[in-house]
Write a protein that binds this ligand. Structure first.
Ligand SMILES: [Zn+2]
Length: 436
């Protein structure tokens, strides 16, 4: 395709239509795109295009006979490998999730989870069925790992999800930019031809608000029986998000440096508490609000805070709700109390361990109503809203950390929790039976 020239007007019209369609229905466009091509945009690299489209870099380079992946021209048209852009299919008359899964050669259970339904649910003819949840095609096996599904992109401040299917006992490890990701075996999903168990592994990919947009590297590895380390890298594209900026003036008697040292000491104290990943998954449903009534947000997650005109800055690690002092704070999901004590910066604090490396935190409380080690259920009161510690007024700071990384807690109120497929599925079946 190199050297191909397209009239500028036609190209512009094509780009406009593509942009419009992409806004309307990204999966539909991907599924129905008549010509599997991609027009190179300003700032694109072959790696970022491969990551966004979920195509292995080497496959994209080979399809376009590119010898130098850095020599891309804006407006250049890349050919996509056949089927690479297919992210959804249309249900045929009489289809169920099971029949679609069999036709596409996918795991029935996973297809049901991705589409938020059950394996036996009847589908409407013409209903779009997602094949993958924002993921690359499940066809990047290496060694004993048969299927790997890595999100092609994750939004700054949110969490992605990685899955792998393996058919022999091994210990998978995953890192993003060198930091460990708590990937773990979730459930046995079937048998392979040799009748050994196929185990589904999964884990979150938490992306802090401070992670730069662009392509990052996710490594998946294990040690084979003969002692050889087997490793494969996958690109993950971090999509930038616009965060508000807040200017904070500290009084002259408190230098920013001193503030930073105090904050860091407290973070060092908390890090081992919220980096624990051994607790089994405790939650069963999407999280509920940690307050009885919807309260206005005074400061959302990710607000960039500049102190004294940029001497240093930080990101707001949680969501602040305006709520009157003394309002009960409620557990958003089942969990185990990991901490309940007064801290210098955070004031009276409660941290809940929801299992699998996922923690929630509640700062500036008037009072904690729970003690470490106590089990709580979704909706249980765990404390009272206050203004203790470094707080300028009564409010609840709610924070969610995965493997110690603070991400936006709000998506967890609605998103399906993929971390425990067997539980999620039994809930879905139950809801279907209740006719909800
Ligand atoms: Zn806050």
């Amino acid at each position: 395709m190199k050297g191909m020239r397209v009239p500028a007007v036609a190209l512009l019209a094509c780009l406009l239509v593509m942009a419009l369609l992409a806004v309307l229905q990204p999966d539909q466009v991907a599924a129905q795109s008549p010509d599997d091509t991609y027009v190179v945009k300003q700032g694109d690299t072959l790696a970022s295009i491969a990551a966004v489209l979920g195509i292995p870099l080497e496959v994209l380079a080979a399809t376009n006979q590119l010898t130098d992946p850095n020599a891309l021209d804006v407006g250049e048209i890349l050919l996509l490998p056949r089927g690479a852009a297919r992210r959804s299919v249309i249900a045929r008359p009489g289809d169920t999730i099971q029949s679609v899964a069999e036709r596409e050669g996918l795991s029935v259970l996973r297809l049901a989870i991705v589409n938020g339904t059950t394996p036996t649910a009847r589908l409407f003819p013409g209903q779009p069925i997602r094949l993958l949840q924002n993921s690359a095609p499940p066809s990047m096996p290496f060694g004993s790992v048969n299927v790997v599904s890595v999100p092609s992109s994750v939004v700054q401040g949110q969490a992605g999800w990685i899955e792998a299917e393996v058919d022999r006992p091994l210990s998978l490890e995953a890192t993003l930019n060198g930091a460990p990701i708590g990937i773990r075996p979730l459930t046995v999903i079937g048998k392979d031809e040799g009748s050994s168990d196929v185990t589904l592994w999964g884990g979150y990919i938490p992306i802090a608000a401070s992670v730069a947009p662009g392509v990052h590297t996710l490594n998946l590895s294990y040690t084979a029986a003969n002692g050889v380390a087997v490793r494969r890298s996958f690109p993950v594209f971090v999509q930038g998000r616009v965060f508000a900026v807040q200017e904070i003036r500290l009084p002259p008697d408190r230098s920013a440096l001193v503030e930073e040292e105090i904050s860091q000491a407290e973070l060092d104290y908390l890090a081992p508490i919220w980096s624990h990943t051994a607790t089994p998954i405790q939650w069963r449903r999407p999280f509920s609000l940690p307050l009885q009534t919807a309260s206005p947000t005074t400061s959302p997650y990710g607000v960039r805070r500049n102190y004294n005109s940029g001497q240093y800055y930080s990101f707001h690690t949680g969501q602040d709700f305006a709520a009157p002092g003394g309002s009960p704070v409620l557990a958003p999901a089942d969990g185990i109390v990991a901490l309940a004590e007064p801290l210098r910066v955070r004031g009276i604090s409660v941290i809940l361990d929801h299992g699998a490396g996922l923690f929630t935190g509640y700062w500036h409380l008037q009072e904690a109503l729970v003690a470490p080690g106590e089990k709580v259920q979704a909706g249980d009161p765990i404390g009272l809203v206050g203004t203790t510690g470094r707080s300028t007024g009564e409010h609840l700071h709610w924070e969610l950390r995965i493997y110690g990384v603070a991400v936006d807690p709000m998506p967890f109120l609605t998103r399906p929790l993929l971390a425990n497929p067997s539980t999620v599925e039994s809930e879905a079946v139950q809801d279907a039976e209740e006719g909800q």
